[in-house]
Design a protein. Structure first.
Ligand code: MN
Length: 287
């Protein structure tokens, strides 16, 4: 079963879920601590040295404007120095670090190249990968405050297990473990386990191996509150509960830069950001 077919089935699942009643998401003990900011390791992390957090954004030429707005939203709100780099497949190919044949079912140009993040960060410090279809509403500093060096990676651990396995409209409902986990990942690039992510491995291994982080044990994967990868059509804001207010919106079904999705939930926020980005760009040109 290819990853992409599974992904398409899941989109139906997501749409169905968006129709179900609001349910408050429960966090495990790890993220409870993270939210309260009182876990032991944070004592050291309070002065954790992030000279300049490296952020790699998955780039696809068909969604250039999504990349620009994502980058703009990150930089605008960040109170720490960050360095944003697009992961462009054409450049990686020129540089000889990416050579795998494009599968017909890969939905973006960064489906696999995202796993080069530790390599691109020279296996040093922490680096973040994020899809281009994100809009940041929060300060990335708050996310780095959650960093815990005992983990190899940290991400939002969405639960996508379908409730039914019956056929819907003739399509088989498939279980795709860890769906969307790889769309935003904090990589502890110097963690010994991440040394395995060489260009050779990233170019050779299956989608399942990479997207499900099969080079890691479960307890090496840290959890981040879902608000940092808030899936449009899946996650819900609970009125009066600020722990459910999105800090990064993920237009995983398609964003307002596509005509068909311009009226999607939270689409207005992205369109406002686009206008701001355009104005800022004009100003730059004038000065
Ligand atoms: Mn995405």
């Amino acid at each position: 079963m290819s990853t992409l077919i599974a992904e398409m089935n899941f989109k139906n699942e997501e749409v169905k879920k968006s129709l179900s009643p609001v349910k408050k998401v429960e966090f495990g003990p790890v993220s409870k601590n993270l939210i309260n900011g009182n876990h032991v390791n944070n004592k050291e992390n309070a002065d954790y040295k992030h000279p300049k957090l490296k952020i790699f954004i998955g780039y696809d030429p068909r969604e250039d404007i999504a990349y620009e707005v994502c980058k703009y939203s990150l930089l605008k709100r960040s109170s720490i120095p960050i360095e944003v780099t697009p992961i462009k497949q054409s450049e990686l190919r020129e540089n000889g670090v990416y050579w795998r044949e494009r599968g017909k079912l890969e939905s973006t140009e960064f489906s696999f190249s995202r796993f080069l993040t530790p390599h691109l960060a020279d296996y040093k410090g922490w680096a973040m990968f994020v899809d281009c279809d994100f809009l940041y509403l929060g300060d990335i500093k708050e996310l780095t405050n959650l960093i815990d060096d005992t983990f190899a990676i940290m991400c939002v651990q969405h639960d996508y297990t379908p409730k039914e396995t019956t056929k819907m409209d003739g399509a088989v409902q498939t279980v795709y473990p860890r769906k969307n986990w790889s769309s935003m990942v904090l990589y502890n690039c110097e963690h010994p386990k991440n040394r395995i992510l060489t260009p050779e491995v990233v170019n050779r291994e299956s989608g399942a191996f990479l997207h499900r982080f099969q080079w890691l044990e479960d307890d090496e994967i840290g959890e981040i509150p879902f608000v940092w990868n808030f899936l449009v059509g899946h996650n819900r804001v609970v009125e009066g509960d600020s722990s459910t207010f999105p800090k990064a919106i993920h237009y995983t079904l398609g964003g307002p830069w596509f005509e068909a999705w311009k009226d999607c939930e939270f689409g207005d926020l992205w369109l406002n950001e686009l206008e701001e980005y355009k104005k800022a760009k004009e100003k730059k040109v004038e000065s």
